[in-house]
Structure formats: structure tokens, C-alpha cells
Design a protein around this ligand. Structure first.
Ligand SMILES: [Cu+2]
Length: 275
């Protein structure tokens, strides 16, 4: 049974196993294929064209499927590993243990944002950036530089209170829970965290930074909390749209999974704290 824990509660052994599994996927090339997939969808998802991974209702089920597939890859290396989540309303400074050298390493140096400590520093080239946004092959971060503050608990609660999942025009202009969580409108939760971390996290190649998985695990957990707060609120749209993934439409790139298939996460994993 896969139980996703708050990263601040991981033991030293759990951190080491998670990091070792990431490094193993990096070595065998599987890690970079996830980075490529994400980048391809960022490039092709548009407000007025076909949109699957972002700017659309399927943002949440698409990333849920993406994380499940990645978690299963980690578990093929070490069956004890689960994705941790990062509650950025609590661990909200660069001093948090998340950024220590025994876990993800810290912010980048001022000259070029290069991460220089921890397992994902360029030293030794164990974490060479292959899916690049420019010529640089080292991981970059600038914690707190692009935007000063991470979202607060009160801001999260204001978004969890929204009772409609999504609404026309089903893109980055929509009102409703999904778009406020994704961050194109209102207090801006998910997008703001990408910008706060900065460096690769602020680009389409964001999964180059392993914190991507911890951030999206928390976004996924917020979806589960919203579902339990609003049991009568369905995934929308139900049917009949163009360029948008309806409840029973299959999602690229998989072709065998629909938003309806992703509504109950407990078939795949649970969270250590339900709400
Ligand atoms: Cu994201």
C-alpha cells in the first residue's frame, strides 16, 4: 500500500531511499522521459486549442496520472518508496529542511542560479540536465526571487471553498476551483509555487527539479480535500466540448485513462493525513 507522507515527516532513511530512486531513474533515462512529456504538453496546451495537461479541467487528472506513473517507476527501483508531498503553506522559507543537503539541496548561487549542494548539484554530473530550455546543463533554482511569498493557508482555504470544479471557457480565464488552484486567476496557488522556486521550476521543463513531484503531490492532495468538502460537485465538463477533456474522454498521451478513472485516488495510494 502506497502512503504519501508530508516530506517534513520523512525519516533519514526514507529521504535517502527516495533520493536514491530518483538518481536510479536519472541514470537509466526514464527520469528524462518524464521531463520531456511534461515539456511537450506545456508547449502544446493552449487556451484556444487542444489542452490536456494545463490551462484546462484535466490539469488535475492529467497530473494525477503523471504522478502515479512516476511513482510506479520509483517503486520499480525501491518498492518502499512513495511520493512525499510539500505543504508550502507550512514549510515556506528557504530554511525548511526540504532544502537541506541531505534531501533536495538549497537555492542556487547568485551568479547563475546553479544548485551547488545536495544530491542534485551539478558536481559529479549525477544530475545533468538533458531536457533543456537553453544551453546550460545544471539544475537552477532561485528560491523566493521571482515572487516573495508562497501561498498561505488562508489563501488555500479560500480556493477549497469554491464549490464548482470548473466552467466555460474551460481555460486559463475560467472561474472555479480548478483554475484558482492551477493559478491563472485569483490568489494563484500552483503557478505561484513554480515561480517561487524559480530556475527550472519556472519553465516547461520543471520536472528537472525533483521538487516538482513534491509540489504536485500537494496540489493533488488539495484536490482530494476539495472532493471531500464538496461531495456533490462533479468533475466538469461532463460532455460535449471541443479541445477540452470531458469526464469520459481519454487523455493524451496515454489513451487508456479518462478523468473519470482518476477521480478515486485511493485505488492507487492514500495520504498520511486525510484533510
Ligand atoms: Cu506544476
Amino acid at each position: 500500500m502506497t502512503v504519501r507522507k508530508n516530506q517534513s515527516q520523512l525519516t533519514a532513511d526514507e529521504k535517502r531511499r527516495f533520493v536514491d530512486a530518483l538518481l536510479a531513474l536519472k541514470r537509466d533515462g526514464r527520469y528524462d522521459s518524464f521531463v520531456s512529456t511534461h515539456n511537450d504538453f506545456i508547449m502544446s496546451d493552449t487556451d484556444n486549442g487542444e489542452r490536456v495537461g494545463h490551462r484546462s479541467p484535466s490539469f488535475l487528472p492529467w497530473h494525477r496520472r503523471f504522478l502515479i506513473q512516476f511513482e510506479q517507476a520509483l517503486q520499480s527501483v525501491d518498492a518502499s518508496v512513495a511520493l512525499p508531498y510539500w505543504d508550502w503553506t507550512v514549510d515556506r522559507t528557504p530554511a525548511a529542511s526540504l532544502w537541506a543537503p541531505d534531501f533536495l539541496g538549497g537555492t542556487g548561487r547568485s551568479r547563475d542560479s546553479q544548485v551547488t549542494d545536495g544530491p542534485f548539484a551539478s558536481a559529479g554530473n549525477g544530475w545533468r540536465i538533458n531536457v533543456r530550455v537553453d544551453g546550460r546543463d545544471f539544475l537552477r533554482r532561485s528560491l523566493g526571487a521571482g515572487v516573495r511569498q508562497l501561498p498561505t493557508k488562508a489563501e488555500v482555504d479560500s480556493v477549497l471553498a469554491m464549490s464548482t470544479y470548473d466552467m466555460p471557457p474551460w481555460n486559463s480565464a475560467s472561474d472555479g476551483f480548478r483554475n484558482h488552484l492551477e493559478g491563472w486567476r485569483g490568489v494563484n496557488l500552483h503557478n505561484r509555487v513554480h515561480v517561487w522556486v524559480g530556475g527550472h521550476m519556472a519553465t516547461g521543463a520543471s520536472p528537472n527539479d525533483p521538487v516538482f513531484w513534491l509540489h504536485h503531490a500537494y496540489v493533488d492532495k488539495l484536490w482530494t480535500q476539495w472532493q471531500s468538502r464538496h461531495p456533490g460537485s462533479p468533475y466538469l465538463p461532463a460532455s460535449g466540448t471541443r479541445d477540452v477533456v470531458d469526464l469520459n474522454d481519454t487523455m493524451r498521451p496515454w489513451g487508456d485513462v479518462t478523468p473519470a478513472d482518476m477521480l478515486d485516488h485511493t485505488r492507487y495510494y492514500t495520504y498520511d493525513v486525510a484533510a
